[in-house]
Design a protein around this ligand. Sequence first.
Ligand SMILES: O=P([O-])([O-])O[C@@H]1[C@@H](O)[C@H](O)[C@@H](O)[C@H](O)[C@@H]1O
Ligand SMILES: [Mg+2]
Length: 283
Amino acid sequence: MADPWQRAYDFAVEVARKAGEEVRKAGESEIKIMTKSSTVDLVTKTDERVEKIIIGSLKEEFGPDAHCFIGEESVAKGEACILTDKPTWIIDPVDGTTNFVHGFPFVAVSIAFAVNKELEFGVVYSCLEDKMYKARKGKGAFCNDEKIEVSDVTAINKSIIISEHGTDRSPEKVNKIFSTMQKILCIPVHGLRGSGTAATNMCLVATGAVEAFFEIGIHCWDIAAGAVIVKEAGGVLLDVDGGPFDLMSRRMVSANNEVIAKRIIKEIEIFPAVRDDAPVQKQ
Ligand SMILES: O=P([O-])([O-])O[C@@H]1[C@@H](O)[C@H](O)[C@@H](O)[C@H](O)[C@@H]1O
Ligand SMILES: [Mg+2]
């Protein structure tokens, strides 16, 4: 039987590379900082323009109504964030916007594709490092066409763990985030890190550079592509309470194996995050 999604996978890599070139060449003029959910949840004209380029290219290639789209900046402007059984692109045009604004060298274009609510493939282009990560369900994970695999470490005291503090600065959430990080640091682990972009953090798990990345507060577009890449590199994905991974729940643990994942989960102080697919509250 013909493979229905290979062309979409190959094209997603081309589009991610083109989008990354747009991010790299974005001039000072475009880095006009705007904010969304908080004063530190940044967005720029580049985020918006690059998302339009990505979606426009996909519609031109596959037809304007063939697929559905969940894009970070389209959702920010009021579009629905509902994953149906229809073929759906899940897009973060600039993952690591704060890094982009500050010139901190980790910025990624993240493009995932789901069918029947199953993630088919994911592409993460770390455009300042020129690293193209990609993975297709059942076909392995790659960085610049070299196969990648998670770390084989099972001892938590020989691991590096990544987490992020997100953009919600409410004291009760910040306290839980830092209390969790303190407990993990003092296990002890070899180190705590954070690149500032969830997609890149997940690719670091997939390459074995770190053993786990977890966060409460991320969105489906931050992690959808990285989820496929981690899984295909031999890693695991769980909810922060140890339950099954839920793409729309705004929380997750990605790790090289269940031993590390479950040891981290024991330390996570969970706080609520409104689901990506929660009904929009009428004003
Ligand atoms: O907004 P963005 O740069 O696309 O995505 C970012 C995520 O990748 C990161 O994990 C999170 O901690 C940041 O708050 C931000 O949400
Ligand atoms: Mg983004």
